[in-house]
Design a protein around this ligand. Structure first.
Ligand SMILES: C[S@@+](CC[C@H](N)C(=O)[O-])C[C@H]1O[C@@H](n2cnc3c(N)ncnc32)[C@H](O)[C@@H]1O
Length: 253
């Protein structure tokens, strides 16, 4: 039976790699590296650097594969994502069937942690349900962008006894600051959704390229720093060609 390791590699700093993740990389015969196009080449490059630095198994090799670009969400976000996942499942199935021998071990290197806004586990479940290739699955956790944000701002995610909600920029725009959330962490926000929040007295702790040499962090009262974050974000995005940012919102103490 083939074995697949789904390895969290951390959120951009190779030092985020855990001992368990390094051991996993070295158990694999094949390391699968996704290529998400020229704009996101830096992300594939970090995976290559991680392999260069940590892989000592001389018998393993890397297989790079193209990830199809998701269509614009129409008619509905869910059906677009569904079609996109089906296309990726087909690619994963081909990789597992063609690149791994019957008892081989392959590793997928997942940004941050596989449990957080990442679809690899869902897509591999689709592959399993298609019934054409059988495999055992192991998941190795990684450091998420949320943990990197908390560390860079030297803050706890929750206030004492309060909940923390992790959401997306799209949901924040649609639903506003979640009531009863205590603290809300926002990911996948391409449009500065914090600007749509009416309560400008909230505190925001924002971070881009967390854990990398290009890291930028800004925090303060939303009404005071919102415009600065938007400007900084746009400048950085233009300069680098891409940006990944995450932020936490909550009431001031
Ligand atoms: C597809 S999700 C992947 C999350 C990842 N699985 C994790 O555990 O952090 C991508 C989002 O994660 C956040 N993100 C990932 N890496 C980041 C980084 N180094 N700095 C800031 N945000 C990051 C951004 O909100 C980005 O839009």
């Amino acid at each position: 039976m083939r074995t697949l390791l789904v390895i969290g590699i951390g959120a951009g700093n190779p030092d985020h790699m855990t001992v368990q993740a390094i051991d996993g990389l070295n158990r694999a015969d094949v390391l699968f590296i996704p290529d998400k196009g020229a704009k996101k080449n830096d992300l594939a490059e970090l995976r290559r650097q991680i392999c260069d630095r940590f892989v000592t198994n001389p018998n393993s090799h890397r297989v790079e594969f193209d990830v199809p670009v998701r269509a614009e969400p129409a008619p509905s976000y869910r059906s677009t994502v569904d079609d996109w996942h089906e296309a990726i499942a087909e690619i994963y199935e081909g990789l597992i069937r063609d690149e791994l021998v019957e008892d081989g071990c392959g590793a997928f290197l997942i940004w941050g942690d596989p449990s957080l806004y990442d679809s690899a586990l869902r897509i591999l479940e689709r592959v399993r349900l298609r019934g054409n290739v059988a495999f055992e699955l192991e998941v190795i956790p990684g450091i998420t962008a949320v943990q990197a944000l908390a560390a860079s701002h030297k803050m706890a995610l929750n206030r004492i006894g309060d909940p923390v909600l992790i959401t997306t920029g799209r949901r924040l725009t649609e639903e506003g600051m979640p009531q009863n959330a205590g603290s809300a962490v926002v990911m996948l926000d391409g449009k500065c959704a914090f600007n749509t929040i009416a309560d400008k007295d909230l505190v925001i702790h924002w971070g881009a390229y967390l854990g990398t040499p290009d890291e930028i962090i800004i925090s303060g009262r939303l009404g005071d720093v919102g415009a600065e974050i938007e400007r900084t974000r746009e400048e950085a995005r233009k300069k680098k060609g891409w940006i990944m940012d995450t932020y936490l919102l909550r009431k001031r103490e």
